[in-house]
Each structure stands twice: as structure tokens, then as C-alpha cells.
Design a protein around this ligand. Structure first.
Ligand code: HEC
Length: 148
């Protein structure tokens, strides 16, 4: 009798625990979905351009070259550009040619990654660097580098 009661309590606790776990998972999924949705919404409307200082532009460009250009340079031989061209169309594949990127959108993809793109941790690209990089890309389009 006592044992049965204990059993029920344990089973009851387990049930409660699993409900809590699924609720947390569900919340997690909802949370991630909302962030992705916010990112989509941010990119969908063309943002107002803010003028950046020459220092921010130079630093942003430097960070882009160091961390991103191997995948996002102009040209279909770069996997990021190829994937985004497939998604958005010709001449919209290179991040430096886009006119609809926002800092939040860029930060979301850089911190979370997607498909072939790795997530960048703060040890690889800290928040201050990511802020400058995201501002730089949000000020795109940037002129193509002169041919060497
Ligand atoms: C190893 C290659 C690789 C590197 C390095 C990389 N990316 Fe990407 N990136 C991709 C690919 C591939 C996609 C398309 C992912 C998909 O949608 O499947 C992508 C997508 C994105 C997107 C989403 C664009 C959109 O409108 O959908 C952003 C923003 C982005 N990358 C920014 C960056 C930035 C900034 C860096 C540097 C910090 C970077 N990426 C580094 C491969 C890369």
C-alpha cells in the first residue's frame, strides 16, 4: 500500500518533470522561431541607411575580409554567395552587394550559423567586432574592389 503510493508519487513527479521538459523545449523552439522571424522581418523591409565613419567602414571591411570573404566574396565559386544567389537571385548573392541587410539580421546569422555557415563564437569574433561588421554590411552595397 505504502509502496504503491510512493510509486504514484514518483510516477507523478516524472510526469510533471517530463511536462516541464517538453514545455521548455516548446518554449525554446518558439523562442528560436521568433528570433528567426524577427530576422526575416528585419531583412524584408529596406532599412534606412546610416552614414558610417571612415574608421567603421575600414574596420568593418577588414573584419569581413578576415572572417567572411572566403565564402561571401563576389563570384559563384564562393559557397555563401552561391547559396544566396540561388535564394535571392542574380546580383543579390554577395553580401556587399545587398541593400537590405540590418545589423540584427547579420548578428543573428553570425552567432547562429546556418547550413554550411558556421556559428562564430565570441572568442572568434567578439561583440564589439560583430557590431562593426554588422554595421558595415548594413551599409552595403559597397563598391567592388578594383580589379588587380
Ligand atoms: C564556410 C562558409 C561561410 C563563412 C565563413 C561565412 N558564411 Fe555566411 N553564409 C554561408 C552560407 C552557405 C550561407 C547560406 C546559408 C543557407 O541559407 O543555407 C550564408 C548565409 C549568411 C547570411 C544570411 C543572408 C541572407 O540574407 O539569407 C548572412 C547575413 C551571412 N551569411 C553573414 C556572414 C558573415 C558576416 C560572415 C563572417 C563573419 C559569414 N557569413 C561567414 C557561408 C559562410
Amino acid at each position: 500500500m505504502k509502496a504503491r503510493l510512493m510509486n504514484e508519487i514518483i510516477v507523478g513527479r516524472r510526469t510533471l518533470a517530463s511536462v516541464l521538459v517538453s514545455a521548455a523545449v516548446a518554449l525554446g523552439i518558439v523562442g528560436a522561431g521568433e528570433t528567426a522571424f524577427a530576422a526575416d522581418a528585419a531583412a524584408a523591409s529596406t532599412p534606412a541607411k546610416v552614414a558610417l565613419s571612415p574608421e567603421t567602414l575600414a574596420k568593418g571591411s577588414e573584419l569581413f575580409v578576415k572572417n567572411c570573404i572566403m565564402c561571401h566574396d563576389r563570384g559563384m565559386e564562393h559557397p555563401g554567395t552561391a547559396a544566396l544567389t540561388y535564394l535571392y537571385g542574380k546580383d543579390k548573392g554577395a553580401l556587399e552587394d545587398r541593400d537590405n541587410l540590418t545589423p540584427d539580421f547579420v548578428r543573428f546569422f553570425v552567432r547562429n550559423g546556418r547550413g554550411l555557415m558556421p556559428a562564430f563564437r565570441t572568442g572568434e569574433l567578439n561583440d564589439a567586432e560583430l557590431k562593426v561588421l554588422a554595421e558595415y554590411l548594413s551599409a552595403s552595397p559597397h563598391p567592388a574592389a578594383p580589379a588587380k
